[in-house]
Design a binder for this molecule. Structure first.
Ligand SMILES: [Zn+2]
Length: 247
C-alpha cells in the first residue's frame, strides 16, 4: 500500500507556485515604479537589471515547481485510481487507503453496539476494519443460532456449556418484546446463544402530559421495561433427546 500523501504535497507545491507568481508580480510593479525617477538613471538601470534577473530566476523556479507538481499529481492520481484515497484510521491513526480499509455501516454499528470503540461511522484501516467486521460476523452467528430468553435456569433439551455472565439491559424499553430482542443482541455480543434467569422490571413514571385550560398541569403514567439475565451457551442435550424420543 502506498501511503505517500500526494494531496498535501501538491497543495504545498501549488502554494509555492502562487508565492512565486506573487513575487514576480510585485517585482514587475517595482520595475514600473522605478521608471519614474529619470534623474537617477544609473541607479534605475542597475535596479531594473536586478529586477529582470530576479524575474527570470522566479520564472525558472516556477517552471521547476510546476514540473514537480505535474509529476507528483499524475503519480498521485494513478495511485488513487488503483489503491483509493488516503486517510488516517479513525481508531489507530495509521495511514490507509480506501481500497484496503473500510467504513463500518449502520448494520455493523448496530450489531457491535455504539459502546464498541470500533463502532465509528468513519474510515478505518484494514486491520481495524477487519477486526470490526469479524466481530459483527461473530455476533450475527450467535444471534442467528439463538435459543431463547427464559425466566428459569434451564431450557429443556439443552445443556449449558459456557456461562458468559450477567447481563443488564442498558436502556429501558417500551415493550417486553423489544426488551427480549435487545437481550438477544446483548447476549450475542457476549458470545452466548441464550438468556436464562431473565428478570424483567417494570418502571412507572409520571410524566407531564399537558396543561388544562386554567393552566394546571396534568400527568400520565409512562411505562418502560428493563431486565437482567444470565448469558449462556447452550447445546442440544443428546441424552435428553434420546430419552424423549424413546431411543
Ligand atoms: Zn486502524
Amino acid at each position: 500500500m502506498n501511503t505517500r500523501d500526494y494531496r498535501t504535497e501538491t497543495v504545498a507545491m501549488e502554494r509555492k507556485m502562487y508565492l512565486l507568481v506573487a513575487k514576480r508580480t510585485t517585482g514587475t510593479v517595482v520595475k514600473g515604479v522605478l521608471r519614474i525617477p529619470e534623474l537617477v538613471l544609473k541607479r534605475m538601470l542597475s535596479a531594473r537589471q536586478a529586477v529582470a534577473s530576479a524575474v527570470s530566476e522566479w520564472d525558472r523556479m516556477f517552471d521547476e515547481v510546476r514540473g514537480q507538481f505535474d509529476a507528483v499529481s499524475s503519480e498521485g492520481a494513478a495511485v488513487e485510481a488503483s489503491e483509493g484515497f488516503l486517510y488516517q484510521c479513525a481508531k489507530c491513526g495509521a495511514p490507509s487507503r480506501s481500497h484496503f480499509g473500510g467504513k463500518p455501516d449502520d448494520q455493523i454499528i448496530h450489531l457491535v453496539g455504539t459502546g464498541d470503540p470500533l463502532a465509528v461511522p468513519d474510515w478505518l484501516c484494514g486491520k481495524c476494519f477487519g477486526a470490526v467486521t469479524r466481530r459483527a460476523a461473530d455476533i450475527t452467528m450467535w444471534y442467528g443460532s439463538f435459543v431463547g430468553v427464559v425466566t428459569s435456569g434451564l431450557i429443556p433439551g439443552y445443556r449449558i456449556t459456557a456461562d458468559k455472565g450477567r447481563l443488564c439491559s442498558q436502556a429501558e424499553f417500551q415493550s417486553p418484546d423489544e426488551l427480549k430482542e435487545h437481550m438477544r443482541l446483548v447476549a450475542a455480543r457476549a458470545g452466548a446463544n441464550a438468556c436464562i434467569n431473565f428478570l424483567k422490571e417494570l418502571h412507572e413514571e409520571s410524566v407531564l402530559a399537558g396543561h388544562s385550560k386554567n393552566g394546571n398541569p396534568y400527568y400520565r403514567t409512562a411505562r418502560s421495561f428493563s431486565a437482567t439475565a444470565r448469558a449462556v451457551v447452550l447445546e442440544p442435550d443428546r441424552r435428553a433427546y434420546a430419552h424423549s424420543s424413546g431411543r
